[in-house]
Design a protein around this ligand. Sequence first.
Ligand code: ZN
Length: 344
Amino acid sequence: MPRSSQLVHPPRQSTSALAQRAGWLGGKEARYLAHEAPFGELALTCPDGQMLHHLDWVTDQPVLLLKNVQRLTAPNPGVMTGPGTNSYLVGDPDTGYAAIDPGPADLEHLDRLWRAAGGNIRHIICTHSHPDHSPGAAPLQALCEQHGHKPPILGLASHATARAHSAFTPDRELTHGERLVLASHGLPSDITHTLRVVHTPGHAANHLCLVLEEDGLLFSGDHVLNGSTTVIDPPDGNMNDYLSSLDALIAACEQDQINFIFPAHGYVLGNVWGEPHDARACISHLKAHRLKREAKILKVMQQHPEGSMDDWVSHAYDDVPPRLWPVAMRSLLAHVERIRSLTS
Ligand SMILES: [Zn+2]
């Protein structure tokens, strides 16, 4: 199957030579090194180093990231959601579109998403059922139905461990490894867009990621974020599962030579396959970062065996602003559970 030409045949010299990349932010030129958050998005959208891409977050219109991938960010920025939830549309006018993570039930956002797809949404997929991701699914489906067709809501059902606001039942459950194919039936071109499901419990028990096989891209939901850290909130969140799922994503990166990651919050991550900070490198870095944190937590637990969780969070997250400690406390608990499971 054809991959996007710009990804398969990258201009080798320019991609290797471009140690920094430039885009527009607030009307000014902004330059970034490979380890900085916007680099991947610029490597994707401007492979030859052109100054074309605007990095300002907008919610009133979609951003065309590739000819077959659009991002529409919901107007729900916040501590937990960063610039807002990224809803993605995969497809083209001939194949129709898959909508990934409709976001909150914000009717204006859903109307913009529907319009960006030319009203031709074939699948509504939720990476997981947290309130900033899945409540838009039913109203988006209703909007499609008003115009004559009803795309299924796809994903994984929430587990009993999920909080009440995350209860979710899809029209049909996706299975690990399943492929959803968008195809231009009956047209001379044989363009397809194939999304492969990777079950990735850890952030939520019903979390999944999607590989866009033809383009070597990964839609990572909240499992891999750019600019913020994924919260692991037990019991629906589980640190052992989270780390195992990172391994599954690294394997998927290798299988499909994945270049770029499209997270549910933040800019595109990654680089052309094989270059520094490509998708596999980003995920490996993330796993190393988690294990480093865990080593720090273990040390704090050993130094303060009688300490409370409040004591431990202040030591183990002393590099994090105290206002974030209530959130960090959830991930701390997840690490403590994992440490105890490994040492018992
Ligand atoms: Zn989220």
